[in-house]
Design a protein around this ligand. Sequence first.
Ligand SMILES: O=P(O)(O)OC[C@H]1O[C@@H](O)[C@@H](O)[C@@H](O)[C@@H]1O
Length: 385
Amino acid sequence: MNTPTLAPLRPQVEAFLSSALPLWFKEGLDSAQGMFVEALSFDGQPLRNLPRRARVQARQLYALGLAHERGEFVGSAQNHAALMECIMKSVTCSYGAPGGGFYTLVSAEGQVLNSERVLYDQAFYLMALAWLYRVTCKASYRDAAERLWIFIETLRDPNSGGFQISDALKPGPRQQNPHMHLFEACLLCAELLGKVPWMARADELYTLLQIRFLDTATGPQPFLREFFTADWQPDPVSGDHLDPGHHYEWTWLLSRYRVLSGAAVPELPLLYTTARTWGTDRTGLAYDEILPQGRELRSTKRLWVQCEVLKGHLAYWRWNGDLEALERAQHVLQSILTHYLTPQGTWFDQLSRDCKNISKNSPSSTLYHLYVALNEALPVLAATP
Ligand SMILES: O=P(O)(O)OC[C@H]1O[C@@H](O)[C@@H](O)[C@@H](O)[C@@H]1O
């Protein structure tokens, strides 16, 4: 097999980023409030009145941090860093809870609409703080990440392990997804803040993947479960729901964990194979949600899922050099460019089974997925002839 070449896609990726980044960092920012808006219209107008999720603010800070790393500054490097600090300050005023952690939802005027502190959001704030530390070198951000971890510890279940979904549901059902992002946060903190104590925290979350999330007993094909009861039994209603995007996302995370920890991560090919064989259609796009053996559940296809597919193929290719995985990466990147991205720098966020747009606007929360995936792909686009 010839080495698949992704290089022809590079100009399109670069053209997209050069429209998207200024758009999302300028039009996407409500500078009067110091907060990002929840979504843009397809032609790039900010939808200012929509309530704003905490995770959106943290994910946009992540994207700003990555942009700084890549030299794609808003203004100069100093302006870019000052912008990040300014946003973190106003976001902390609006979402920061006095007892630690960040609330879930704030109105366009800055009033708290939902004061629950969900584990999922805290993971993204750890990552935002790690990027702020990286960009500014100020110890206060590293300390803030540590204080946030102390809040996260209050969600811990000392009896059956793992963390509660939020401070409002104790004891409550458990979910795989926030733990995955907490694992992601620990890896980023290990990279940007230091391995101690973050790798030990990542190790614990990796163990949860092995003993709780990954079902290796039900059939010949292991798969990742999403929803559990308070004592970690599969949820009686949704315990069989599978998220192919999360299988690909873990594939990518395990490849990073392997580099940082030296662990063998035998789960990586298992997760990748399940996602490919059960959760991906003939065109190479993955479904939003499925049942075991690939039975249909929600055959829509969100953009974030395809970003994880791209990262998963690249991670698998890096893991064992499989050129077919590189070819699949090429195909899914082409499909992302063709079906999802607009020349204005916005996106159609969700397609029907037959690849028709069914989203009403471009949610800000997807930029992080897209930018991280393209950042993974760009060195490959540059390196292949
Ligand atoms: O729905 P938004 O907020 O855009 O998030 C998109 C998706 O991000 C992924 O990483 C997962 O955590 C999904 O469960 C989530 O739905």
